[in-house]
Design a binder for this molecule. Structure first.
Ligand SMILES: [Cu+2]
Length: 164
């Protein structure tokens, strides 16, 4: 009896904790279920002497219409830009994009070699082991956030599945 009660409390605590790390904020009332979610967010550890670092995540759209991602912010970072990698003249280049469309009922990955966030002007050094709040803003006023873990370049290489 005692043991059972204890495990129920532990489970409840765990659930609350995980909810606090990911969620939704609305500008306006909506009666639909949460259609957009963000997961697997991480930030590459800031290297001394470099002007920027990058961040990656997965964004999932369960809705029947496309979602237009228009802005991203990262806690403690002055400026965040959305970029894409393009092939031009046999070279890989990156350029800033104003918005990124997430197709209906699909998941889009921001990953090395593709869409990514560029982070500029950190308030303080961003180190491996830190966890920063990442918020995504959509054209319809919807917002989603998650906690992004800071990983070193080494960790990034070992967790890489496909290279580009
Ligand atoms: Cu970039």
């Amino acid at each position: 009896m005692f043991t059972r009660l204890f495990s129920l409390i532990s489970l409840g605590f765990f659930t609350c904790t995980s909810f606090a790390h990911q969620g939704h904020e609305h500008e306006h009332h909506t009666d639909t279920v949460e259609a957009i979610s963000v997961s697997h967010a991480w930030v590459r550890e800031w290297l001394p002497g470099t002007p920027s670092t990058s961040a990656y995540f997965m964004v999932s759209n369960q809705d029947h219409h496309a979602a237009k991602l228009v802005k991203a912010t990262v806690e403690g970072v002055g400026r965040v830009e959305m970029h894409e990698h393009i092939h031009a003249d046999g070279m890989m280049k990156m350029q800033q994009v104003e918005s990124v469309e997430v197709a209906p009922e699909s998941t889009l990955a921001f990953q090395p070699g593709g869409f990514h966030l560029m982070l500029f002007e950190p308030a303080k050094p961003i180190k491996k082991g830190d966890s920063l709040k990442l918020t995504l803003y959509f054209a319809d006023g919807d917002r989603v956030f998650t906690m992004a873990d800071v990983k070193s370049v080494m960790e990034q290489e070992s967790s890489h599945q496909h290279h580009h």
